[in-house]
Design a protein around this ligand. Structure first.
Ligand SMILES: [Zn+2]
Ligand SMILES: [Zn+2]
Length: 349
């Protein structure tokens, strides 16, 4: 079709991204072409940027990266119903096959043939993104585009925190201060959990956690986490542990501060094998819950309502904006040793 657009590419199997002019994709019969307005950088993009072992095994360059965004529908495929040109949308990044066992048993989010936007198919760090209409999500017209752009990662936390729907009045300890840790703190607070205890690594994010409604922020290295959480919960321990790091120490601390009969929510991905005192969780009668993705689309429905009500406001997490062309600078800020940033947004037109 001859139209060109700017895009952030993993061009070759090597570290880094390049900003390049590429063809605007044509929408297939079941697709939407979306004019991207804002996009957010995720830890996954950092892995792809660094070209680590996981990326080398998974990513097939050239690929347009990015999977968190919002924009307006520019074109609808011939089979698409329910979306119109101009609609303000975001997208679920998990693209299910629709035919495997999970897909046919209400578990599309963990489809056996799952493809991920910006990982297995061209993503959204570009002026236009082509997405299957089946994963598009219509936003309310007035939604702040920064908020609309982070719904995919926020949805991880909405799903993870509300997974058992008994959160109000419960003591929650969130381990980790990456996006998942920050967003989970916000969701737990919005859902009425008390106290919400955030266990962080990077001091820069302490004030973000406080703004998000954390009742107690502890540093996993400097503070005696186990004693302080135990004291804050009158010796009982927390009802819910949100393990958002995959880090050995956090997993141990989480398993220790969980009360008997509590829920250990496993979301963080360990870099390699870790040890876990499973016996202690068994004797505690704990529920261990693995979380991946977002329920499609129950999580999106709840999240949308929580955002519309104003009870959930993830904006304190967003600290930086960069034009798409400045992706390299953005990636440097993102991996600064002291992590002096929260979520970073790319702005386009
Ligand atoms: Zn992400
Ligand atoms: Zn499937």
């Amino acid at each position: 079709m001859g139209r060109k657009m700017k895009a952030v590419l993993k061009a070759k199997p090597e570290p880094g991204f390049v900003v390049a002019e590429v063809d605007v994709p044509a929408a297939g019969p079941n697709d939407l072409l979306v004019k991207v307005h804002r996009a957010a950088i995720c830890g996954t993009d950092s892995h792809i940027y660094a070209w680590d072992a996981w990326s080398q095994g998974r990513i097939k360059p050239p690929l347009i990266v990015g999977h968190e965004f919002c924009g307006n529908v520019e074109e609808t495929g011939s089979n698409v119903t329910g979306f119109e040109v101009g609609d303000y949308v975001s997208a679920e990044s998990h693209i299910p096959c629709g035919f495997c066992y999970q897909c046919r048993n209400d578990q599309q989010h963990i489809c056996g043939n799952l493809r991920i936007l910006g990982v297995d198919t061209d993503g959204c760090f570009a002026e236009y993104a082509r997405i299957p209409a089946s994963v598009a999500w219509k936003n309310p017209p007035g939604m702040d585009p920064d908020v609309a752009a982070v719904q995919e990662p926020l949805g991880n936390s909405v799903y993870a925190v509300l997974a058992q729907e008994d959160v109000a009045g419960r003591a929650v300890a969130v381990f980790g201060c990456g996006s998942a840790g920050m967003f989970s703190t916000a969701v737990a607070h919005a859902a009425g959990a008390y106290p919400v205890i955030s266990v962080i690594k990077h001091e820069f994010r302490r004030h973000i956690m406080e703004e998000l409604g954390s009742d107690l922020v502890l540093n996993y290295k400097d503070d005696d986490v186990i004693t302080m959480v135990t004291e804050r919960t009158n010796g009982v321990g927390v009802d819910i542990v949100m393990e958002m790091t995959g880090n050995q120490t956090a997993i141990e601390q989480g398993a220790t501060v969980l009360r008997k009969g509590g829920r250990f929510t496993a979301f963080g991905i360990p870099a390699g094998p870790i040890t876990l005192d499973l016996a202690s969780l068994v004797f505690k009668g704990a529920t261990i819950l693995g979380i991946n993705g977002r329920l499609m689309f129950k999580t999106w429905t709840k999240m949308s309502a929580m955002l519309s009500s104003g009870n959930l406001d993830p904006r304190p997490v967003i600290t930086h904006h960069f034009d798409l062309e400045r992706i390299d600078e953005a990636m440097q800020v993102m991996k600064s040793p002291k992590r002096e940033c929260g979520k970073i947004i790319l702005t386009l037109g």
